[in-house]
Structures are given as structure tokens and as C-alpha cells.
Design a protein. Structure first.
Lengths: 325, 295
């Protein structure tokens, strides 16, 4: 495996250090991000997630203790070119809709490319591209005042503003919170496209596992400013008790799987989606002839005349999916 | 290892604005100053403020500075935290001091009424004992006032301030003074100081993360800084107006109808300690005013 893009070791951060209101937000956080991966960072409120991702963007610098290297560069070193880092790592903050700072949509999205000193046609092309990605019509929105937009539209503008920088790494801090299911699906689809087709590294911060399972390969769990566990999403999800202890919860479908295991129905892996769960549960059901019968009759009742194969498992999976079992 | 990223003064790259806003931030504690009645504290600050404003002598301000620092110690607030509150104002204080030092003080007498002596002159620039005194006294006044107001807000929770102000203004309601509303306006203004700092921080971070160069360097630093300030003030004001609207709505939603007929959960009562504080502040201020021109 090649050298990781981002390595954090024992990172610490205290807000308002030296004042009576000092708050320790990070207390030994570790993180490793590989080039081109999709990583989830999850933790309860106040776990230090936002503080951690602001370090990754050079907005906060490691102080005294803890190390952070991004692409081999020591972020504690004052000589490190933070501007160059920020050009490569785009950060979309919590509630980005509150952070638009230009009066017009087009100007706000063009802020980043203009700071890069790109020629005007290139800036325009990038704004167009970014708006297309987030699903905003260029002609209709480019000259609209940002204050006249709805919350959802403002968020799209803010995301487009970061995409227009065309960074290699995209960090989204609670980007799906407060979106309706449709908006959330669109955003996750966009991220998946950027990740799979354009090979971008994506770091997704969330307080709900559900937001991560679609996309992230690995997750890091943060609690009390410390990294509790970091690993493949399935391995982390399987540790339901650990998650619970830190005020988190596995997705409902993983919880169902765990409950089934407790009742003697062992699944070979923790399912991440309903489809996966169905495929896992089916072989267990197929062992019971009565269940096969019910699947067959249930499927024909809903008008599905697909025959069950001999071992019965695909049929039972179908049965679970169609809700007849 | 001394690897700390250096930050001193007005360096926006360090972003920790809240730390630099000591005015308006309540620091919980149990010192004598924390326990004083808010009305007594407001009275003392007003009295000492008058002393600071009207006294023009070196000796007077040396004493006033000592008194303010003594109060900081009495409130058990860390001096470093209080000094941190001066940092954002430093460039303005410095500019003001330079202007006063070289462009004022051409009158015949100094601030404290002594004859002014010219010390140095070059073209338009004058340095006289009057300008030196004006500069030093102005600096002292600024520091003392910032400290006094910080002391009041650092040791008094917001509700205490509101009740205190309202209580002090209530005798004037028959004259048509809207005591409750005025105290509310004052409180909201103070409450918004840290909110604005937080908002400023988040906008600056958004700008920085999208490639804005906030490191001010080069010869046109001053112009750059002004331009950068304007760029961030616009969204700040807009956001604040929106927030104010939300606040108004939230108040209406909770049936807020102004002060009429409202009673308080905690009744304020002046105790001996409060009388002692007021009387000694009054005596001190009287002395500072009587001898305002000594030395």
C-alpha cells in the first residue's frame, strides 16, 4: 500500500487556550486517509469531528502535542504552504448555507477559482461545471442574490463554491444534516460519482451511520476528542456495543442482524443494506420447509411467479424483499 | 518543542477570535466582585468611568490603573485573559497614539493645565509635553475603560446585567423612559458581541478554506486589510440582521410583550458590601475629580 495521504497521530486541540473558558476539543485523535478512498468520520456531538477536519484543511494547526502530516508535509511547521494544501483539500463546513459571503451566486462560487488567479473564461467554465454538478441551472441562478435563495439552494451554492476549486480531497462536515431525503440522496449520489468516476478522496463527517454506509469504505469513530476505533465499515458496525457506549448506533438493519444473531441466526457478515440483509437471511429461512412454502405462496399472491431455485435461497431473499415473509 | 505557530496581535490566521473578545463574556466565579449586586457594580463602573474620563493627570491615571488592576485581582480573573482583550484594539490604539503624539498639543497648556513645552519639531510634526501627556493619558484611559467594562461583564451574568440596568432606570419610567426596553436593547447588544465574533470566525474560515490569503504582507498591507475587512463586514451585517429577525420572532412566539407586569425570579437586594463598594467608589471618584489636574 502506498503512503497514506493524511496521517494524524495523537492530535490535540484546545479552544481558547489560556482563558478561563478553555475547552479541550481533541485529546489524542488518530486518523489515516489513503489516496482515493472514501472515509467516514463518525462520533456523537462534541466528539471533536469538526475540530479534526479543520486541521485537515490547515485552518487549525497542531500545537505542542500531536502530529499531522498531509502528503508528507508537517502541518505544525510554520513554513508549510497552507494555501497549497487548501487548494488540494476542499472543506465544506457545517451549515455551509450560512457562510456564503458574496451577494451574488455566481460571484460566491467564483471566489475560489478567482483566488487561484485563473483566467476569466476558465473561472466561468468552472462555475458552470460546479453548478451543473450540484444541479443548479447556470442561467437561472448565476445572477441571483444569495439571500433570495432557499436553505437547500444556498447549501448547493456553498458546495459548488468548494467544487469549483476542483480539489483532490473533499471533506464534508455534516453535509446531509437538515436535508430532505431527496436532497440527501442527490448529495450522496454526487459524492459517489466524484469518488468512483473522478477518483476523488472523500471524507464524510456524520453523526448517523446511515449517512456513511452508502459511500464509505472505512470509518473512524471519534468520542471525547479521541479516536476510539478505525477500520473497515463492516468491522466497526459489528461492534454495536462499543458504538452504543459512545452514544452512537449502528444502522437499524445492522441492529436487526445483531438481534437475529443473538437468537441463533448467525449471519456471515454484517449487512449494510436491506438487500444484503435479505441475501444473508435467506439461506437460514431456506432450511425450514414451512418457510419455503410460505415464500412460494406469498410470491404468487403478489403476482410474482418466479420459481424458487433448489436451495431456495434466492427465492427467500426475494420473499424478504417483497415483504411476503 | 517550541513549534507553536506564532500568533500575536492581529493575525487572522489564528482564528481564535472568541478568546480576544473579553468584553461581554461572563466568566463564572465566586469572587467578591461576582457577588456584588449588579446595580452596585454598574454604579461603581459609571463612577470610575467618570474618574477615568475627567482626570487628566499622570498621578491620577497611575492610581486609576492600579485600582483597575486591583479589581481584576479581586475578581480573580487571569491578567493574561484581560490583556488578550486589548489585542484586537491594538492597531487602532497605536495609530491613535501616533496621531496624537505628533499632530496635537500645539496649545499653550497641557491636559492638566501646565504650560506646554516644545520638545522636538520637524515640519508639521510637533512633539510637546502637551502631546506626550495627551497620548499617555489617552492610552491609559482606553486601557482602563476596556478593563472596567470587561470587569463588569466578566463578573455579571447577562440576566444580572439586565435586571440591574432595569432596576436603575425604573425610577425614570414616570418621565416616559422605557426602562425595560432600554435594558433589553443593551443586553442584546452585549450578548451579540461573542455571537458576532463566532460568525466572523466562521466566515473567515470559509474564505480561507477557499483560497483567500489572509496573511497580510507587503507594502500595501493597510489597503489590503481594509479591503478584506469590508468583504467580511457585508455578510456579517446581513447575517446579523437575519439573526435579529429570528430573535424577534422567537420572542413573539414566547408571548413577549415588553416589561409591563413582569416580575423577576430573583429579587435584587443591596447589602452592606454593595453600599461599601458604592461609597468608596464615589469617594475615590470625587477625589480624582477634585485633583484632576495635579501633576
Amino acid at each position: 500500500m502506498s503512503e497514506p495521504l493524511i496521517v494524524a497521530r495523537g492530535l490535540e486541540h484546545t479552544y481558547m487556550a489560556g482563558s478561563p473558558l478553555a475547552v479541550r476539543a481533541l485529546n489524542g485523535a488518530d486518523l489515516e486517509v489513503q489516496r482515493g478512498e472514501a472515509l467516514g468520520i463518525i462520533g456523537p456531538g462534541g466528539a471533536g469531528k469538526s475540530t479534526l477536519v479543520q486541521h485537515l484543511n490547515g485552518l487549525l494547526r497542531p500545537s505542542r502535542r500531536g502530529q499531522l502530516t498531509i502528503d508528507g508535509q508537517d502541518m505544525a511547521d510554520p513554513r508549510t504552504d497552507v494555501q497549497a494544501i487548501r487548494r488540494r483539500i476542499g472543506l465544506i463546513f457545517q451549515r455551509p448555507e450560512d457562510q456564503l459571503f458574496k451577494p451574488l451566486v455566481g460571484d460566491d462560487i467564483a471566489f475560489g477559482p478567482r483566488q487561484l488567479g485563473l483566467p476569466r473564461p476558465e473561472v466561468r467554465a468552472r462555475v458552470q461545471r460546479a453548478m451543473a454538478l450540484v444541479g443548479l441551472d447556470f442561467e437561472a441562478f448565476v445572477d441571483r442574490p444569495t439571500l433570495s435563495l432557499s436553505g437547500g439552494e444556498r447549501r448547493r451554492v456553498a458546495i459548488a463554491g468548494v467544487l469549483a476549486l476542483e480539489p483532490e480531497v473533499l471533506i464534508l462536515d455534516e453535509a446531509t444534516s437538515g436535508l430532505d431525503p431527496q436532497g440527501r440522496r442527490e448529495l450522496l449520489d454526487l459524492l459517489r460519482r466524484l469518488h468512483r468516476q473522478e477518483g476523488k478522496t472523500v471524507i464524510l463527517v456524520a453523526s448517523y451511520m446511515e449517512d456513511l454506509v452508502d459511500l464509505a469504505g472505512r470509518v473512524a469513530v471519534l468520542a471525547g476528542g479521541r479516536t476510539v476505533v478505525q477500520g473497515e465499515i463492516r468491522e466497526v458496525l459489528a461492534q454495536g456495543e462499543l458504538l452504543q457506549r459512545h452514544g452512537l448506533a449502528a444502522p437499524e438493519i445492522a441492529q436487526i442482524a445483531e438481534a437475529l444473531s443473538a437468537r441463533g441466526c448467525r449471519l456471515s457478515r454484517t449487512p449494510l443494506s436491506v438487500q444484503e440483509a435479505a441475501a444473508e437471511i435467506a439461506p437460514h429461512l431456506a432450511q425450514h420447509p414451512a418457510m419455503r412454502e410460505r415464500t412460494v405462496s406469498g410470491l404468487s399472491e403478489v403476482g410474482d411467479d418466479r420459481r424458487l431455485s433448489n436451495d431456495g435461497s434466492p427465492g427467500c431473499a426475494l420473499g424478504v424483499e417483497r415483504g411476503v415473509l | 518543542m517550541g513549534r507553536r505557530v506564532a500568533h500575536w496581535g492581529w493575525n487572522v490566521e489564528s482564528f481564535d477570535f472568541l478568546r480576544h473578545v473579553t468584553i461581554g463574556q461572563y466568566i463564572p466565579g465566586n469572587s467578591v466582585l461576582h457577588r456584588l449586586d449588579p446595580r452596585a457594580k454598574i454604579t461603581v463602573v459609571l463612577l470610575l468611568g467618570a474618574a477615568v474620563t475627567f482626570n487628566g493627570s499622570y498621578l491620577g491615571h497611575l492610581t486609576l490603573l492600579a485600582v483597575t488592576l486591583g479589581l481584576v485581582a479581586l475578581a480573580r480573573l487571569p491578567l493574561r485573559f484581560m490583556l488578550g482583550g486589548l489585542l484586537p484594539a491594538l492597531p487602532f490604539i497605536a495609530l491613535l497614539a501616533l496621531l496624537q503624539l505628533f499632530f496635537t498639543g500645539q496649545g499653550p497648556t497641557t491636559l492638566s493645565g501646565h504650560a506646554s513645552v516644545s520638545l522636538w519639531q520637524w515640519g508639521w510634526l510637533h512633539l510637546t509635553t502637551a502631546s506626550v501627556q495627551l497620548t499617555v493619558i489617552s492610552l491609559a484611559r482606553l486601557v482602563e475603560l476596556i478593563f472596567l467594562v470587561s470587569l463588569l461583564t466578566n463578573t455579571t451574568p447577562l440576566t444580572g446585567l439586565t435586571h440591574g440596568m432595569e432596576g436603575m432606570l425604573r425610577p425614570f419610567t414616570p418621565l416616559g423612559l422605557p426602562a425595560h426596553e432600554l435594558s433589553l436593547i443593551g443586553t442584546i447588544a452585549l450578548r451579540f458581541v461573542p455571537v458576532l465574533a463566532e460568525q466572523l470566525e466562521s466566515i473567515l474560515k470559509a474564505q480561507a478554506s477557499r483560497g483567500a490569503d489572509l496573511h497580510l504582507r507587503g507594502r500595501l498591507q493597510f489597503i489590503q486589510a481594509t479591503r478584506a475587512t469590508i468583504v467580511m463586514l457585508v455578510p456579517l451585517f446581513l447575517n446579523t440582521l437575519l439573526r435579529a429577525e429570528d430573535l424577534a420572532l422567537a420572542m413573539e412566539a414566547r408571548c413577549y410583550l415588553g416589561g409591563k407586569g413582569r416580575t423577576h425570579y430573583v429579587r435584587l437586594r443591596l447589602r452592606n458590601l454593595d453600599y461599601i463598594a458604592i461609597v468608596s467608589a464615589a469617594a475615590f471618584t470625587a477625589a480624582a475629580l477634585v485633583w484632576r489636574n495635579v501633576l
